[in-house]
Unconditional design. Sequence first.
Length: 277
Amino acid sequence: MKPLIGLACALFVCHLAYADTIALTPTADTTISDGSINSADGNAATYITGRVANGSRARALLRFSFQDIPAGSVVNSVSLTVNVERNHFGSSPAHELYRLLADWSESSATWTSSGFAPWTAGGSAASAPDANATLGNPGSYTFGSTTALVAAVQGWLTNSSSNFGWVLRYTNETVIGDALRIASGNSGGAPSLVVDYTPPPPPPPTINIANPRVADGKFIFDFVAEGGFSYVAQYKEALQPGNWTDFAWYPDPTVSTPITVEDPLTETTRFYRVIVP
């Protein structure tokens, strides 16, 4: 036999993927209005949506940070829960979330300015909502996951510089006095954005075959198995297209562990490798 050895490599990885969930609160939020509204600012305990008694319209701006979600994750679902603190008419108004298209400042955004530059009155936003929900008397309400919400968060996770958040608005802003107060990020009932995601699989380990030798009628070599992966030793008798043959299996060692691989000598030339299946 001519004991030959090829470079060991992890040609492919089939790693089980597990979803994870994170609940986020706003990193910036405020109320904007086309009139004068008391306590409508970035430090207020509530947002105002709808049309207040003096006729002013109000909308809420919300933005979340996704820095705690691993880069490369796949977003599976997104939902937003808000807490209504006060419903002046006791109505059941529909609300919508629109993706904002321009950056804004929590401390200086207004109806006609982002705080950095002029924008479309009421907040420069996409023409179609990402989600909607019917709010009502004081309590919790959830904007359920939609493909648009998932796409928004996935896009912001990929490109954080495009993350301007959403404007939350009362769908019908025509009824004077029909306004809601919704708990802001400055209160105990802060909005909660729940993101379910699948993190990227860990990168495959680099597998280096070492110390190839012949002893006791066997071809022997060593490698170091890193924890978190299982390994399979394989051979083939010609470096041509075709299947490799498994001959030794090594379960996840949990921690870095030296492994010695042995294969009985034969009368044929063999090439060896170790993979992560």
